[in-house]
Design a protein around this ligand. Sequence first.
Ligand code: P6P
Length: 337
Amino acid sequence: MGQKGMSVQRHIVEQERDFPKATGNLTGLLMDLIYAAKIISREVNKAGLVDVLGLTGTENIHGEEVKKLDEYANDRLFKAMDHGGHLCIMASEERDDVIHIPDKFPKGNYVLLFDPLDGSSNIDANVSIGTIFSIHRKKTDGEKGTLEDCLQKGSDQVAAGYIIYGSSTMLVFTTGQGVNGYTLDPSVGEFILSHIDIKTPSKGKIYSANEGNSKFWDEGTRKYIDYLKEKDSNSGRPYSLRYIGSLVADFHRNLLYGGIFLYPADYKNPDKPKGKLRLLYEASPLAFIVEQAGGMATSGKENIMDIVPTELHQKVPLIIGSREDVLTYQKFISENA
Ligand code: P6P
């Protein structure tokens, strides 16, 4: 279980001992990720002081302006992960296609999918942002990974997590044995176990959604949000609206406090028919975490963890958080189908 104050390295090694057949490759992979997280945290926390704010002048595959810190985070993650011999392939929100491991480096049996710096539109306003990662096992033959190795459903994840760069930098992840949170102690440069076996409340009093999009939502979603606003002290309503517009920050708050985050499909919006968030490196890893913490994640039609991806950057509606709240949402959707 671990003890508060323990370094993440010690906690990972102690947890590995519970798996006698462990080769140490996942541990090595996580250690490389943790190193990258420290470097990115350093740059994010001094962003206002050095020339890493602002735009690169380019757009990514999603038509979003790429911030200098986006590129920096992507580059640091690649350079931290490309040589360890734990990965056969990577994919990033910032890169159109899969990222192969350079021929000069050994290949491993894991796949890493990541959003290097989610919420980057908030960087210049000093709002919390985050890195999200998802780890799968290679499933194809041969040494080099392929796109097929990246297109795996959420329930096949080996590990998933995020780093939130906020009032403090926190690493939160699961390897399927519960969810733990580690807070970076900058004085020693170590992530220290601070949140043991995180469980999200079964029901919250917070909802997180960009209501500016409500005219695009389906009837069931609109009725659910209206329901949350009605006064009913027996069910803790009205809920409070808390929306930062930075997925990792909104998710992290709701994970700890309870509540529901919604980025529904914008059916009537030709730009966002399946919402805005990406399945492989946003919805799927957060769904793994929330399920391990006792919560739920749905697209409205199906459990996020059951969706078999068909494209690297495919989008999916994401409704995620406290179990009872997501179940109530699903009831509104089925009653208004
Ligand atoms: P909207 C940030 O750009 C992001 O990808 C997520 O971090 C966040 O949840 C979402 O977009 C916010 O989108 O349309 O509400 O601004």
